[in-house]
Design a protein around this ligand. Structure first.
Ligand SMILES: [Zn+2]
Length: 77
């Protein structure tokens, strides 16, 4: 999971864009991983916090395997 993605060649944080914009970007395939460049999707459910996930799992990407706690820590550094 990741809390950052690339949208229109710019790195965006998940908490800086309106949810509707994130959903539209996700459904149209415009979000990509800053590490590996693969497509990301926006996920926001009842249980887990909003985050980006790889559309197809990528075991070679560090961001694919990070925990929420690790990613949140990096956001505030
Ligand atoms: Zn990736």
């Amino acid at each position: 999971m990741s809390l950052k993605a690339i949208l229109d060649k710019t790195i965006v944080r998940i908490d800086t864009l309106p949810e509707l914009d994130l959903r539209l970007a996700s459904s149209s395939g415009n979000l990509s991983c800053q590490e590996c460049g693969e497509r990301l999707i926006y996920k926001h459910g009842e249980i887990r916090i909003a985050h980006f996930a790889h559309y197809a799992a990528n075991p070679n990407c560090d961001f694919s395997n990070e925990t929420r706690e690790h990613e949140e820590t990096k956001l505030f550094m």
